[in-house]
Design a protein around this ligand. Structure first.
Ligand code: MN
Length: 222
């Protein structure tokens, strides 16, 4: 069992002058609420698959690394964060988790469930920009990156299928796979399928996502 967090996430928050605090898997509801009441923002990080039964689907044979304790704690954390109005950044598993928490569904295995797909699970030896995403104009994501497309890294075999309530899809890969969602109502909620924490040193424009979160956290704190 493992209840940690990749150091890349911690360093990315530190580079944006945030003060990272970790919420362990298995934390009970009272601890989740108490921690989030003391926080000014939250990142939902990468990891294994959200258990399919949480969004009403039987498991695909290729689903893996499920952890019921993590699902339970993080789904509760999404609900509390939304209730408090905390700024939220979702990364990889994070975009999938937030979507499920808001009533959305997932493709459980892109290569076997979507035809004519591109490669989304990198087998490169080092972090690399693997594919393009096309960005919706007039979105928070477009404003942050000032562009209508972006090259991203990619380490996922699942993706958002039906977006949850209150979410807008604001970037897709060229095979139609959903890569970014955000609030459809100007709430500080942004979630991305790629791993900006892994490449923000080599490609500093990805640091903008963490800068955005910390800026929103400062506003929230006031
Ligand atoms: Mn991808």
């Amino acid at each position: 069992m493992w209840a940690g967090c990749g150091v890349d996430y911690i360093n990315a928050v530190l580079r944006s002058e945030g003060a990272p605090v970790m919420l362990p898997f298995g934390a009970d509801k009272e601890s989740v609420r108490a921690t989030l009441e003391a926080a000014d923002g939250i990142i939902f990080t990468g990891g294994g698959d959200v258990i399919s039964m949480t969004y009403g689907e039987e498991p695909h044979p290729k689903s893996f690394y499920q952890d019921p304790a993590r699902d339970e704690m993080e789904l509760e954390a999404v609900r509390v964060a939304l209730e408090l109005g905390l700024p939220i950044l979702g990364i990889c598993r994070g975009i999938q988790l937030i979507n499920v928490a808001l009533g959305g569904t997932l493709y459980q295995d892109i290569p076997s469930q979507i035809s004519d797909t591109i490669k989304h699970y990198s087998s490169g030896l080092a972090p690399m920009l693997l594919h393009t995403i096309d960005i919706e104009p007039d979105s928070l994501f477009a404003r942050l990156f000032g562009s209508d497309s972006l090259a991203v890294n990619s380490w996922h075999h699942q993706s958002v299928k039906d977006p949850g309530k209150g979410l807008r899809v604001t970037a897709k890969a060229r095979d139609g796979v959903i890569e970014v969602i955000e609030s459809d109502n100007n709430k500080p909620l942004l979630a991305i399928q790629c791993h900006p924490e892994e490449i923000a040193v080599d490609y500093p424009h990805f640091q903008k996502l963490f800068d955005w979160l910390i800026e929103e956290a400062r506003k929230y704190a006031k």
